[in-house]
Design a protein around this ligand. Structure first.
Ligand code: FPP
Length: 249
């Protein structure tokens, strides 16, 4: 079956209400590898194929923003060999896909404490951001060395600096002012948060931004997450009654 013939894709187009912004906690690479007697890095390698599929599926369905949790601040505590393998994968992804992503109209941004990356990884990040800047089909945010609490602390510091500089009154600090200091300031909040591998946790990901997101948790491990799984998540989203704290109409 080609992707264009997918009954789920046909159905979700008929339903309408495509989420503007999807965020994904890509979990289960290690378990996927363990089940096959492979090193954890093989799970991350397999997870790259799912990233490619999901990017294409978002373009196909008209999702405007996709935010992926690729590496948390806590992940720096993993064994050095796994961190090295993940950084190498990042560089491989950028070297192999930057021009194709640009041609597809995908604008890539990397969000997080990027100063902790190796100079080579940092250079690769700068390269993909500049190569793809201006893409209009999809904004792809990859959270790297990212923690939501650290992002909020950074935002609070930036607001405090603006107060100290006399640019901002403390009383003028509102939700919009804080939102404007987050890495995600340029995009609307996620409508749908997907987590793979069945864990029911937010794991310090976009805590402020998911205030009204719908959650879709699937037992599927990230390397097994296909285009069809994304369509199923969007169909699940379309069946929700989003009230934003109000009552149903
Ligand atoms: C979680 O699985 C996944 C990660 C920590 C890394 C995700 C990275 C990729 C999918 C590849 C790189 C992506 C890009 C965009 C360059 P886990 O290792 O925590 O799995 P486990 O819970 O089963 O151990």
């Amino acid at each position: 079956m080609t992707a264009a013939e997918s009954p789920r894709l046909v159905q979700l187009r008929l339903n309408g209400a495509i989420p503007r912004h999807i965020a994904i906690i890509m979990d289960g690479n290690g378990r996927w590898a363990g089940e096959r007697g492979l090193p954890r890095s093989a799970g991350h390698q397999a997870g790259m194929a799912s990233v490619r599929e999901v990017v294409e599926a978002c373009i196909q369905t008209g999702v405007a923003v996709l935010t992926l949790f690729a590496f948390s601040q806590e992940n720096w505590q993993r064994p050095a060999a796994e961190i090295t393998a993940l950084m190498a994968l990042l560089e491989e992804y950028i070297a192999g896909e930057a021009s194709e992503l640009r041609d597809k109209g995908v604008a890539v941004r990397m969000l997080g404490d990027l100063d902790r990356l190796t100079p080579a990884a940092r250079g690769a990040v700068d390269r993909i951001e500049s190569t793809t800047a201006g893409g209009r089909a999809l904004a792809l945010n990859v959270c790297l060395s990212y923690g939501s609490r650290a992002e909020l602390v950074r935002a609070a510091r930036r607001l405090a600096e603006r107060v100290r500089a006399g640019e901002l009154e403390p009383g003028a600090i509102d939700e919009a002012a804080l939102t404007a200091e987050l890495y995600t300031a340029a995009w609307p909040d996620p409508d749908l948060l997907i987590r793979t591998s069945g864990e029911m946790r937010v794991s310090n990901f976009l805590l402020w931004q998911v205030a009204y997101a719908e959650f879709h948790v699937t037992p599927v491990l990230w390397p097994d997450f296909t285009r069809e799984e994304l369509f199923a998540a969007i169909l699940d989203f379309q069946n929700r009654d989003r009230r934003f704290g109000r009552v149903s109409t």
